[in-house]
Design a binder for this molecule. Structure first.
Ligand code: PEP
Ligand code: MN
Length: 334
C-alpha cells in the first residue's frame, strides 16, 4: 500500500503518521520526491482502514499495490534510483560501461585488460574470481587470489571493481570489492540474497536463465527486505527454444523493468548472445532500449581465454562498441 501525502506536509506530520503505521506493525518506506512525499507500507496492510487514512487532512490518496514486490516497485519510489559506486553513477540518466574478462587469470592479464578497457571508456572493471561453471572439470576461477588481483588492478587504474559471489561464507573476501555480482544461477539462492541484504554493498543481480520478471524483482526484494536498497538489475539473456544463440536477449525486459521498478537496469550482451560478433548489435539495441549500462566481456587474448573466449571482445573491439554506444546514448537521452 502507498500513501501519497499532500504537497507541503511537514516533517513532524510525516513522522507522526509513520509512528502510527508502526504501531499497526507495518514497516514504512518514505520517498521524498521533488513535489510529493510517498509513504510505502510493508506488512499486513489489511489492518489499515483505507477510508480513514484517505480522510486525513495530510493525505492526498491511498493506492493498493497488487504486485508482490514492494521495495523494488516504482509505485513506492517514483524517481529512478541512482547507484553511486565510488563516484561512478548508474541509473537515472547515468550510463555505466562495465568491462573485463569473464575470469581473472593472472596479474598480467587483468592489469592489461583493465588499462585497455579504461582507455576505451569503461567506468568499472569486471572479472570473475569464483566461477559458476556448468562442468566441475572446467576452470573454477582463482578464487581469493583472483579478488586480490582485481584489487591490484583497481589500484593501478582507479576503476571500481565488480566480481561474483557464490557463497555467503566468502563475504569477508569481498570487503574491498565495489559491487558484488549475483550470477544467473544464484538468482534464487534465497539464503545468499538474505545475507547480501544485510550488507551495504551495491549488488548487481543477474536474471536467472528461466525466470520471469516478477521472479527477478522478487529476488531483488529479498535483498531489499534486509535493508540493502543498492541493487542493479542485469538482463543477461534467457533460455528459449532458439539454439543459434547461447541465450535470447529479452530486450523488452529493459523498458518493462523500468516501468515496474525504480532500480537501474543494465544489459550483458556477452552472455546473451554467446558470440563476440553479436556483442555490438546487442549493445546498441540495449542502449537504445534505455539500459542504464552494459556489462561486456573483454579479454586480451580471447582465443586462449580460460572461460567464455568465444563471446569475449578484444580491447580494440570493445573500444569500437563503446564509441558507438556513446553515440546512441547521445541521441536517445532526453
Ligand atoms: C558472468 O558474468 O561471468 C556469469 C557467469 O554470468 P551469468 O551468471 O549471467 O551466467
Ligand atoms: Mn562469462
Amino acid at each position: 500500500m502507498v500513501t501519497v501525502l499532500k504537497h507541503g506536509v511537514t516533517d513532524e506530520q510525516i513522522e507522526n503518521l509513520c509512528k502510527w503505521f508502526k504501531t499497526r506493525g507495518l514497516d514504512v518506506h518514505i520517498s521524498k520526491g521533488h513535489y510529493q512525499t510517498i509513504i510505502g507500507l510493508i506488512g499486513d496492510t489489511k489492518k489499515i482502514d483505507t477510508e480513514l487514512l484517505e480522510s486525513l487532512e495530510i493525505v492526498e490518496t491511498v493506492k493498493i499495490i497488487s504486485e508482490p514486490f514492494k521495495n523494488a516497485n516504482r509505485k513506492f519510489h517514483p524517481d529512478d534510483t541512482v547507484i553511486d559506486v565510488d563516484g561512478v553513477k548508474i541509473g537515472g540518466g547515468n550510463f555505466a560501461l562495465i568491462a573485463g574478462p569473464c575470469s581473472v587469470e593472472s596479474e598480467e592479464q587483468i592489469i592489461e585488460v583493465a588499462e585497455k578497457v579504461k582507455a576505451a571508456g569503461a567506468h568499472i572493471l569486471r572479472g570473475g574470481a569464483f566461477k559458476p561453471r556448468t562442468s566441475p572439470y572446467d576452470f573454477q576461477g582463482l578464487k581469493e587470489e583472483g579478488i586480490k588481483l582485481l584489487i591490484k588492478a583497481k589500484k593501478v587504474t582507479g576503476l571500481p571493481i565488480i566480481t561474483e559471489i557464490m557463497n555467503a561464507n566468502h563475504l569477508d573476501l569481498f570487503a574491498d570489492v565495489d559491487i558484488i555480482q549475483v550470477g544467473a544461477r544464484n538468482m534464487q539462492n534465497f539464503d545468499l540474497l538474505k545475507e547480501l541484504g544485510k550488507t551495504n554493498k551495491p549488488i548487481l543481480l543477474k536474471r536467472g536463465h528461466a525466470n520471469d520478471l516478477k521472479e527477478f524483482l522478487m529476488s531483488a526484494e529479498y535483498i531489499m527486505a534486509g535493508g540493502n536498497e543498492r541493487i542493479i538489475l542485469c538482463e543477461r539473456g534467457i533460455r528459449t527454444f532458439e539454439k543459434y544463440t547461447r541465450n535470447t536477449l529479452d530486450i523488452s525486459a529493459v523498458p518493462m523493468l523500468h516501468e515496474l521498478s525504480h532500480l537501474p537496469v543494465v544489459v550483458d550482451p556477452s552472455h546473451s548472445g554467446g558470440m563476440a560478433r553479436l556483442v555490438k548489435p546487442l549493445s546498441l539495441s540495449a542502449a537504445a532500449a534505455g539500459a542504464d549500462g552494459l556489462m561486456i566481456e573483454v579479454h586480451n587474448d580471447p582465443s586462449h581465454a580460460l572461460c567464455d573466449g568465444a563471446q569475449s571482445l578484444t580491447p580494440e573491439q570493445f573500444k569500437e562498441v563503446a564509441d558507438k554506444v556513446k553515440k546512441i546514448i547521445e541521441v536517445t537521452s532526453k
